[in-house]
Design a protein around this ligand. Structure first.
Ligand SMILES: [Fe+2]
Ligand SMILES: [Fe+2]
Length: 364
């Protein structure tokens, strides 16, 4: 086993067409505070917004590029199908269903996936999102010390065609939910699910590059002819939260993803500090994986590389974090630029549309 085992997700980065709409959704509807309003350092006339819990703790962060000219992207091989956020239990999940519906967000589920229960919806650009319960966990149908060894065929009552869709649609919290309360609060990233057309190559990549291990081999419960594999930081005794990447296995040569709004630009994993990031970079090079130099992203340092399917991956340091250029109590309130863009501040600020809008989150 590799000495290099990822400690899980740092952040997810999505592409959106309208930063104001994005702010209204992620901050006010999903309850993820804005922790940084800045620009894409490579395209400084476009917003880069960071949302996250507890001041932007790694593993809870969603970032969004505003690229109105990008056009609508499309899901496919090398792309992400959905991102799941964790919620404590099914009672809180049903409150999310009612809250989202009250904010005019259509919701499907809750679906019993066995290892967790899931509801689904989309963000305003069409990115599929999920809220999944923390448990029961992957040891539901295999011993914890032997996850991911056998192909698990879910109970037919969990599969499309075998489940009671009307009963699932009818399940809901009994009363309107006026606000996101503390018990509902999301716990960060539960898992990320993408598409591959080569599960063997993907397995080799995630084991070799990131030190992940298979924790479940199963089928897509909404499309049972398609395999669905799950990897994570797994040591034979526990699966680390916020480290689970899953892929649907499509036929070889299936259509690729197309970048654009409503799609995921990249997914980032954690490094403890810049020294460890340098170690990750050497490790990837030793494994023959092309990787960029270390880039300064102001709030972290980063390297970038691609999976065999073409999905862009990043490893980003935990430090210095978002309090480096504003007070922790006032994160995200004003436009922040890194030192090397300060000279152009007036021009950059003038090129951006104002972001503030009336909060969209309200109960119905
Ligand atoms: Fe999922
Ligand atoms: Fe990133």
């Amino acid at each position: 086993m590799s000495d290099f085992v990822t400690e899980g997700f740092h952040h997810l980065t999505l592409v959106a067409g309208d930063a104001r709409r994005t702010l209204a959704f992620y901050r006010d509807v999903l309850g993820l505070p804005l922790v940084k309003r800045t620009v894409n350092f490579d395209l400084p006339d476009t917003y880069h917004l960071y949302f996250g819990l507890d001041g932007g703790e790694p593993g809870t962060i969603v970032t969004v590029f505003e690229w109105p000219e990008a056009g609508r992207g499309a899901a496919g091989v090398g792309g992400v199908h959905h991102h799941a956020f964790a919620v404590s239990d099914q009672a809180q999940q049903l409150k999310w269903k009612r809250w989202l519906q009250g904010n005019r967000v259509p919701v499907s589920g809750p679906y019993d996936r066995g290892w967790f229960t899931s509801i689904y919806f989309t963000d305003p650009d069409g990115q599929v999102l999920e809220i999944a319960t923390v448990g029961p966990g992957f040891d539901l149908d295999e011993p914890i010390e032997a996850l991911g060894r056998e192909l698990i065929r879910p109970n037919p009552g969990r599969l499309v065609g075998g489940r009671d869709e009307a009963a699932i649609r009818a399940m809901n919290h009994p009363e309107p939910v006026p606000a996101i309360d503390d018990a509902m609060r999301l716990h960060g990233i539960h898992h990320v699910t993408g598409f591959t057309d080569d599960l063997v190559a993907a397995n080799e990549f995630y084991e070799t590059a990131l030190g992940m291990r298979l924790v479940k081999k199963s089928v897509n419960q909404d499309d049972p002819d398609t395999l669905h594999f799950f990897w994570a930081n797994y040591d034979g005794a526990r699966v680390l939260p916020a480290s689970d990447l899953t892929l649907f296995g499509w036929p070889k040569g299936a259509h690729p993803a197309r970048d654009g709004t409503g799609q995921t630009h990249h997914i980032a994993f954690r490094a403890r500090d810049e020294e460890q990031l340098g170690g990750w970079r050497e490790h990837l090079l030793d494994e023959g994986i092309g990787v960029t130099d270390i880039r300064d992203r102001a709030y972290f340092k980063s390297i970038y590389f691609r999976s065999p399917d073409g999905l862009l991956h990043e490893i980003a340091t935990d430090p210095p974090g978002f309090a480096i250029d504003e007070e922790p109590a006032h994160l995200g309130e004003e436009l922040r630029l890194p030192p090397w863009l300060q000279a152009d501040r007036a021009e950059i600020a003038a090129s951006l549309r104002p972001l503030e809008t009336a909060p969209a989150g309200r109960a119905r």
